[in-house]
Design a protein around this ligand. Structure first.
Ligand code: SAM
Length: 273
């Protein structure tokens, strides 16, 4: 009969990951694992834990195995249909919230393009309930996950399926703020074949070109969808800040700037009409 202590000792996985898998299968807290580490575990539970260990050893991301990932203090459901929300993206949400605080409009309108799990749109809607938040994605499977997250977390977000701005119904009013974390990895970037990225939807990661195609489309399209004084902020790759600032400036945006993530890397760029 195996117990928690044996499984933790014999597992090739990092202890923290193994503890998370044990908690998931046994439905218990970390404290329970410590207090009951020599209790014999049911055979079916051990078999389930071993199955999850095998998936993790094959490289599958913990977030897909557990079906959840924390972002901005909320637990988001994630499936292989969506990008796993990254801590790096929190700087985009924080910037969006700063901008919304400074708006005098009663109900500022926010658009999140390529919403995936809904992480950005839902976090903004929860932190700033006065905003009217719309989100789009071209993937119907991703939108199902986003819908489920909005319902689960109690966020009011309107979702539309389609190619960037084409997803929006024609009668949609202009937005005060557009945000997006689009696919920006170059098609030839070797990271696509490494780590978690191997398991995430390719269409969430890369434009299958030079990494700037989606960013160009979103910047160009924003002019038709932003209200006067509206802002556009975009997440991008570590080496794309100068390119995105140039795109924004060429499109006529003012006060163009970039902000850095927790690792000190230029992570988002934006500007104002
Ligand atoms: C990098 S993921 C971002 C997901 C989520 N916003 C986040 O930050 O965790 C990019 C998202 O853009 C979506 N996408 C890719 N091409 C698109 C297109 N042409 N129109 C709309 N959405 C698109 C993908 O399906 C994916 O969900």
């Amino acid at each position: 009969m195996s117990c928690v202590r044996d499984l933790l000792r014999d597992s090739p996985l990092p202890r923290l990951e193994m503890q998370m898998l044990l908690q998931q299968v046994l439905g218990v807290s970390r404290a329970w694992l410590v207090a009951h580490d020599t209790d014999p575990l049911p055979e079916d539970a051990v078999a389930n834990i071993q199955a999850l260990m095998a998936r993790r050893q094959a490289g599958e991301p913990m977030a897909y195995i557990l079906g959840t990932r924390e972002f901005m203090g909320h637990d988001f459901q994630v499936t292989p249909a969506v990008l796993i929300p990254r801590p790096d993206t929190e700087v985009l949400v924080e910037t969006a919230l700063d901008i919304l605080q400074g708006k005098s409009v009663a109900q500022p309108r926010v658009l999140d393009l390529g919403t995936g799990s809904g992480a950005i749109a839902i976090s903004v809607a929860l932190a700033y309930p006065r905003a009217s938040v719309t989100a789009t994605d071209s993937s119907p499977q991703a939108l199902q996950v986003a819908h489920a997250n909005a319902k689960q977390l109690g966020a009011a977000v309107q979702f539309f399926e389609g190619d960037w701005y084409q997803a929006l119904p024609a009668e949609t009013s202009p937005f005060d703020l557009i945000v997006s974390n689009p696919p920006y990895i170059r098609a030839d970037d070797t990271h696509l074949a490494q780590g978690d990225l191997r398991f995430e939807p390719r269409s969430a990661l890369t434009d299958d070109a030079n990494g700037l195609q989606a960013l160009v489309r979103i910047v160009e399209g924003a002019l038709a969808w932003l209200a006067e004084g509206g802002a556009l902020w975009l997440e991008h790759g570590w080496d794309q800040g100068a390119d995105v600032r140039q795109l924004l400036a060429q499109a006529g945006f003012q006060r163009v700037e970039s902000r850095r993530d927790l690792a000190g890397i230029e992570r988002i760029s934006g500007g104002y009409l």
